[in-house]
Design a protein around this ligand. Sequence first.
Ligand code: UDP
Length: 254
Amino acid sequence: MIYNLACPASPVHYQHDPVQTTKTSVHGAINMLGLAKRLGAKILQASTSEVYGDPAVHPQVEEYWGNVNPIGPRSCYDEGKRCAETLFFDYHRQHQLRIKVVRIFNTYGPRMHPNDGRVVSNFILQALRGDEITVFGDGSQTRSFCFVSDLIDGMQRMMQSADDITGPINLGNPEECTMRELAELIITLVGSPSKVVTRPLPTDDPRQRRPDISKANSLLGWSPSVPLREGLAKTIEYFDTLLASQTQAGVIGR
Ligand code: UDP
C-alpha cells in the first residue's frame, strides 16, 4: 500500500516555490504511480478540497468539477492536485491500477508546525502570545475544519475498502464557520486578551467551503467524531506546552 501525501499544503509554503509545488504533485504522482504499477501495490492519493477552487456549488459534492483559476497564485497547488487526480484515473483505466483518491478539507491538530501559516495554528499562537489576531478580508469567508485523527481514520478506511471504491471521496468535517467566528472561538477557549485586526484578503481566497460527506458515510461508514471546540482545545494545549518549553529554552520567546 502506498499513501501519497507529498506536497506542501499551506498557501504560504506552496506559494514559496510554486514551480516546485506543481512538480511535486505531478512528477510525484507519476513516480509513485509507476512504483505502484511495478509492485502491484494499491495507492492512495491525498487530493484536496482546492480542486473545487472558489466553489459555486455549496456544500461541495464529488461530482462538482470546480471553479479554479488556472493562472493565479493558488494554481500551482490546485492544478497540480487536479492533474495528479487525472493521472491516477488514467493509470486506473489504462493499467488497471488499484487507486484511492480522497479530497481532504482543512485539517488541523497537535504537531502542526508553529510556522505552518494556516489559519488555525496562526490564530492559536497569536491568542496564546496575546498578539493581534490577523483575520484576512472581512472574515466572512468560511471553512470546515477536520481534526487530524478523524482524517487519518477516514484515509485508512478508504485504503481498506473494496477495490471498486476508487473515489474521489470527500473527507472533512461539515461543521462550517466563518474566519471571524473561528477567531472569537479561539480567543474564548484560550482566555486571551488578543484583539482581532483585519489584513488584505489573499488573491483567489475561496469564499466558502464545506464538504458533502454522504459518500464517505455510505461507502466507508465514516463520519468525523471530534467537534471543532474539542479539537481546538487539544490543539491549544499542544501549542501552549510547546511555547512554554521553547520560551524556557530561549528558542522563540515573545
Ligand atoms: N486566514 C486568516 N488569517 C490568517 C491565515 C488565514 O484570516 O492568519 C484565512 C484565509 O484567508 C482563508 C482561511 O483563513 O480564508 C483559511 O486559510 P488557510 O491558509 O488556513 O487555508 P486555505 O483553506 O485557504 O487553504
